[in-house]
Design a protein. Structure first.
Length: 232
């Protein structure tokens, strides 16, 4: 991910398990959610264990190892891979390091809220309010985000790092962006414009777009980028 001036703000990592015989292919998802399934890419490298994949999206550095031992970051990201959602599963009382960077004129604040998942139906809720594109859900998010963490940034490029002690119970925690214009932006499409305002940029790394479509959003998802690490 890059700041608006092109300098790098952070590099995301991701792990993929490939059984023998499977192949890895690439697609590009643009800011307005258009997916190009066959993007033009150039693959270079010394062999199957160390290659670079480059194109209009930048460069991906890939390496392969015969190793089934997951890193701490990969273990924390298991729920992201299982559900394809921008959240992390955290235990009550755990200490989490949150690194934040971004390029935004607006001053926005990042929070975390616990998403309750019904074990029978798989349905989501926050504070007893069902997930959906409703003012009731967004109000419930504000009323139930963890009071132990809030970091703000804006008016240009910014960086910050804070520790957070999880205080709302064990479960799935999703980042929430509260914008200067008063919008509460959550994972998925439960936002006032029905658009996704958060993207996953690798294991436990997420990027936000802080403007609604009606506010002239560029959907570059670098207005606030955050990485979550379990503190040692």
């Amino acid at each position: 991910m890059a700041f608006d001036n092109g300098t790098v703000m952070g590099l995301g990592t991701q792990s993929v398990y490939l059984p023998v015989g499977l192949e890895l292919h690439f697609a590009i998802q643009s800011g307005n959610n258009v997916i190009e399934p066959l993007p033009g890419v150039v693959v270079t490298g010394s062999g199957s264990l160390a290659v670079n994949v480059s194109g209009a999206f930048g460069t991906l550095n890939l390496s392969a190892t015969v190793n089934n031992t997951l890193s701490a970051a990969a273990q924390l990201a298991q729920s992201q891979q299982q559900y394809d959602e921008a959240w992390v599963y955290l235990t009550q009382g755990s200490t989490v390091e949150v690194d934040v960077a971004g390029s935004a004129w607006n001053v926005n604040t990042i929070h975390f809220v616990k998403i309750d998942v019904d074990p029978t139906t798989g349905g989501w809720s926050v504070g007893g309010v069902a997930y959906g594109n409703t003012d009731a859900l967004r109000m419930a998010v504000q009323q139930n985000w963890d009071p132990n963490f809030a970091v703000s940034g804006g008016r240009g490029n910014f960086t910050a790092s804070n520790d957070w002690v999880v205080s709302q119970g064990t479960g799935y925690y999703a980042p929430v962006l509260y914008t200067e214009s008063g919008n509460t932006l959550v994972l998925g499409t439960a936002n006032a414009d029905g658009q996704e305002h958060i993207r996953t940029y690798g294991q436990n790394m997420f990027g936000f777009e802080d403007l609604l479509a009606s506010q002239g959003s560029d959907f570059d998802y670098n207005d606030l980028v955050m990485r979550v690490v379990i503190a040692a």
